[in-house]
Design a protein around this ligand. Structure first.
Ligand code: CDP
Length: 227
């Protein structure tokens, strides 16, 4: 059976990663969370106080960053490593979320990340989620899905995800972070978030995880058979 590339793009917290992970597990493909890479770069920039308007400092910082995904035996998932340190937990917090879209909008950061993402897709058999995967990273992907969900559903989902680790977090904070990131992500100059012309839209506002998986897998099977 031929392997294909599957891309999932969409706004923040619309359930892309959950769906991408489930699809990869069912198809025995590799799941790649491209957002984790932008989050890890952002963490490095925060820790080292990198001035985002200083192009030389940005380039220098990138030359000191090594990113890798390492399988976590306990969870069965790949954790994000920044220079050999597991940063999976830290990159999910609001401190990184509040800066990541500004960092991800920088051209050198995009060139650095996209080159690595394209290498990961050389053997195909991957499901990658992000903002520009179907438009810029793999414009030739066999299956592109654009995931959407209503703003209320997205805030609620992200709140449930974060409140266990940070009981002080509020829905208002989350809502303003999602709105801010969606605005920056879709209006930035370099590879803004937009639906690829040939992407299939999956609105999961009122679908269960199983229902959305079933639909997406039916699309995948069709594309794999005709590849
Ligand atoms: O919070 P959520 O899981 O929806 O976002 P993420 O996938 O972890 O991505 C975090 C941020 O990284 C996004 O808000 C974008 O600014 C940036 N990003 C990007 O620019 N391009 C990608 N392919 C993936 C993420």
């Amino acid at each position: 059976m031929k392997k294909i590339i599957i891309t999932l793009d969409g706004y923040s917290s619309c359930g892309k990663s959950t769906l991408a992970k489930q699809m990869a597990a069912h198809l025995n493909y590799v799941f790649i969370d491209s957002g984790a890479m932008y989050r890890a770069i952002t963490l490095y920039f925060i820790r080292h106080g990198i001035d985002l308007v200083n192009v030389t400092a940005v380039h220098e910082a990138l030359s000191r960053i090594q990113l890798s995904f390492v399988l976590n035996e306990k969870t069965g998932r790949a954790d994000m490593y920044l220079n050999n340190e597991n940063v999976e937990e830290e990159i999910r917090g609001l401190a990184v979320s509040n800066q990541v879209s500004q960092v991800a909008a920088l051209e050198p950061v995009r060139i650095f990340s996209v080159a690595q993402q394209q290498l990961m897709g050389e053997q195909k058999g991957i499901v990658m989620d992000g903002r520009d995967i179907g438009t810029a990273v793999f414009p030739e992907a066999e299956l592109k899905i654009f995931v959407t969900a209503s703003p209320e559903v997205r805030v609620e989902r992200r709140y449930q995800e974060l409140v266990a680790k940070d009981p002080a977090i509020t829905k208002a904070e989350i809502q303003s972070n999602l709105e801010m990131r969606d605005h920056i992500d879709s209006t930035r100059e370099f590879s803004p978030l937009k639906k690829a012309h040939d992407a299939l839209v999956l609105d999961n506002s009122s679908l269960t995880r199983d229902e959305q998986l079933e639909l997406a897998l039916s699309w995948a099977k069709e594309r794999i058979e005709s590849a």
